[in-house]
Design a protein around this ligand. Structure first.
Ligand SMILES: [Zn+2]
Length: 311
């Protein structure tokens, strides 16, 4: 080998190593979590309390009188938790809350497994496997502790130490910091992947989560949240690809059962919401139409902007 070629080889190896190092550093950074698991539950409880107390922005659909609806969704959550693939399946409360807002197609999870789902999203979806896919995605955010991983990156060490010591005031402040926090693209992709991993153990179509994105894509308009989230087309491809790669055998969509659940929803009177409630955020530049279709995301961030709204 000539010296010149050798130089190129060394340069290539160096660049490769550097690239790999950056990649693994980035990965390590994404996965670093300085919060103990118990604080995921503690923070989740705090945020849950704030949301429940804010009836104006988060009109909770009461469990009383809607037992069948809650039972239906909880049964799907239990089916996912029983796959043996969900971390902290037995440690987190995994509490479902339905928000009675037919204009918002969204779902999100707090740390520790408090999951919120909007009647607007339940109405938007067509089948149980799609809902299971969305729930799997939310469960994955909590089980993979994405919120406290994000928090680890933004709060100072002193705050972390105080929170670890159980300082209630600090925990409250951290819970507030959680509001407005968004997941990284890597975490979104990971939640999509885990949704498939979970559903692959059930009789559902394991790519249920891609159903939501296919529907959004079919609508034609491109929601503003695309700017901060992985592209829906890529997500469909990645979710469907994972299902194929894993050789998942499930093929049930339970459309009839889902239609029955939707008929229950139709009987529920929607609350009279202030007009601005139908513009749930995402982006200052978003149009009204766009903001009606936020992602089945995932952090509290979409709704949090409503929470922190100055009035
Ligand atoms: Zn998400």
């Amino acid at each position: 080998m000539k010296l010149r070629n050798m130089k190129y080889l060394i340069l290539t190896v160096f660049l490769f190593l550097e690239f790999s190092a950056c990649k693994s550093l980035k990965k390590g950074w994404d996965n670093l979590n300085l919060f103990p698991v118990s604080q995921d539950v503690e923070l989740g409880k705090q945020v849950y309390g704030e949301i429940i107390a804010n009836e104006k922005d988060f009109p909770k659909l009461p469990e009383s009188g809607n037992e069948e609806l809650y039972k239906y969704i909880n049964a799907i959550v239990q089916k996912i938790l029983l796959t043996g693939k969900v971390d902290y399946a037995k440690d987190f409360p995994w509490k479902i809350t339905i928000i009675n807002d037919p204009k918002t197609q969204n779902a999100f999870a707090t740390p520790g497994g408090y999951i919120f789902i909007y009647t607007g999203l339940l109405k938007f979806l067509d089948s149980e496997d799609q809902l299971a896919g969305v729930l799997g995605h939310e469960i994955a955010h909590a089980a993979n502790r994405h919120s406290t991983k994000q928090l680890t990156k933004i709060v100072g060490l002193q705050v972390l130490a105080d929170a670890a010591l159980g300082n209630k005031e600090t925990i409250k402040q951290v819970a507030t910091a959680l509001i407005g926090l968004s997941f990284s693209r890597a975490h979104e992709t990971q939640a999509d992947t885990f949704s498939v991993i979970y559903l692959c153990q059930t009789d559902y179509n394991a790519n249920g989560a891609s159903g939501f994105f296919k529907k959004i894509k079919g609508q034609g308009s491109q929601p503003s949240w695309l700017s901060t989230h992985p592209n829906p087309a890529n997500r469909i491809e990645s979710i469907d690809g994972k299902q194929k790669a894993m050789g998942c055998k499930g093929n049930q969509s339970y459309e009839k059962a889902y239609a029955k659940m939707k008929a229950l929803l139709d009987k529920i009177n929607p609350p009279i919401l202030p007009e601005e409630k139908t513009i749930p955020n995402t982006n200052a530049n978003s149009t009204k139409k766009e903001s009606k279709t936020p992602p089945p995301d995932t952090t509290v961030q979409n709704k949090n902007k409503v929470l922190t709204k100055p009035k």
